[in-house]
Design a protein around this ligand. Structure first.
Ligand code: G6P
Length: 369
């Protein structure tokens, strides 16, 4: 096992560090030389078939579900098809409305999660087209789906998922641009902009994993934390959910993610002196709105840890701690903003003396219902 860890103390940190490579591998060969087109030969959906699709259901569990939430934003924005995202254990038991005009997209790192597999089968038996994003070649999900997009993250051993999530996001963006192109809902200019930004992501992820010390510093205060909040709007909210999950899973600190605008409807009652509020502020169209929520919790003496785009001067005035991410297209920030949150959870777990790779009560792959 020591050899497999390649000099690292834990698989989780090794896998965080592997993200630039995993992203590069997942991207390889999937954007053509003109930088205008996505090549996803494995997706056999034709333009005609895509025209007929009226609804997309994204179904997954855990971290893969959080990747699906980003998928809703990306697909609805670029492809203009309504998307519902649901955890597999809910979807399969509620008699969802599915037919031959539906695309069910399942996301699963292992390709073996029992509930996700059952959701896939429900989709198929109801006449839907089923596409899958998975990391394991030949897994049950890969064998049973009509179209399979592989993430090339390599084996993920740590229970807390990291490189699987970021490569799932990458696969989702590629699929969204691919579908938008086929349905004519995206301009060449927007396509080029997104595809060029995507190609910079592996290098930008490398910058973030190299900046570990920042996350380590922020985690120093963690011994005093009983609870933490993660807030954001839009895609930042989906990353807040994933950041909170990472912290819960391995540090055992109670963490809650909230849509920033919803704070005032309840959660703000819990904000008190010194409570950490990890605030994601990467989305330009809702920046001011989220910032006003940050100021509200700051006024109640919360400790503000802001995750912002490079060059954000405004946040510096309010934040107790700042973590910056390199500039990218606003649709793509989740791939980058999650990395410091993975690192924060990792160092929090270490500082609390926990077993990082094998957190209590959790399994890497849940193959029972
Ligand atoms: C377990 C793991 C999570 C993972 C989830 C879904 O709960 O601990 O890290 O996100 O299963 O797994 P899958 O293999 O379907 O992506």
């Amino acid at each position: 096992v020591a050899a497999e860890k390649g000099g690292y103390d834990h698989f989780m940190l090794k896998e965080i560090d592997e993200q630039p490579k995993a992203l590069r591998d997942t991207l390889r060969g999937r954007i053509d030389e003109s930088q205008r087109k996505v090549r996803l030969d494995e997706v056999k959906l034709t333009a005609k078939e895509l025209q007929d699709i009226q609804k997309i259901h994204i179904v997954a569990c855990g971290t893969a579900y959080h990747a699906g939430l980003v998928g809703k934003y990306a697909i609805e924005k670029l492809v203009r098809i309504p998307v519902e995202v649901e955890v597999a254990s809910e979807f399969r038991y509620r008699d969802p409305i599915i037919n031959d005009k539906t695309l069910v997209l399942v996301i699963s790192q292992s390709g073996e999660t029992a509930d996700t597999l059952a959701a896939l089968r429900l989709g198929k038996s109801s006449g839907a087209r089923v596409a899958a994003i998975t990391n394991v070649v030949g897994s049950s999900v890969a064998r049973e789906a009509n179209d399979v997009i592989y993430t090339w993250a390599g084996p993920e051993i740590a229970v807390a998922s990291t490189k699987a999530y970021t490569t799932q996001l990458l696969a989702i963006y590629l699929l969204a641009v691919f579908m938008a192109e086929k349905r004519n809902t995206i301009s060449v200019q927007d396509r080029v902009e997104i595809l060029q930004a995507l190609q910079m992501i592996p290098e930008q992820a490398a910058q973030l994993v190299a900046a570990k010390d920042r996350a380590k510093e922020v985690a120093k205060g963690v011994v005093d934390w009983n609870s933490a909040f993660f807030i954001g709007r839009g895609m930042d909210y989906t990353v807040a959910l994933e950041g909170a999950l990472k912290l819960k899973e391995i540090s055992y600190i109670h963490a809650e993610a909230y849509a920033a605008g919803e704070l005032k409807h309840g959660t703000i009652a819990l904000i008190e002196d010194g409570i950490p509020v990890i605030s994601l502020l990467t989305q330009p169209d809702v920046y001011e709105k989220t910032m006003s929520n940050v100021i509200e919790v700051k006024a109640r003496d919360a400790k503000i840890i802001a995750v912002v785009n490079e060059g954000d001067m405004k946040a510096a005035d309010v934040a107790d701690e700042m973590i910056t991410i390199p500039k990218t297209h606003p649709l793509l920030t989740p791939i980058l903003s999650v990395i410091p949150l993975q690192l924060l959870a990792y160092y929090a777990s270490i500082l609390r003396g926990n077993d990082v790779d094998k957190p209590r009560n959790l399994a890497k792959s849940v193959t029972v219902e």
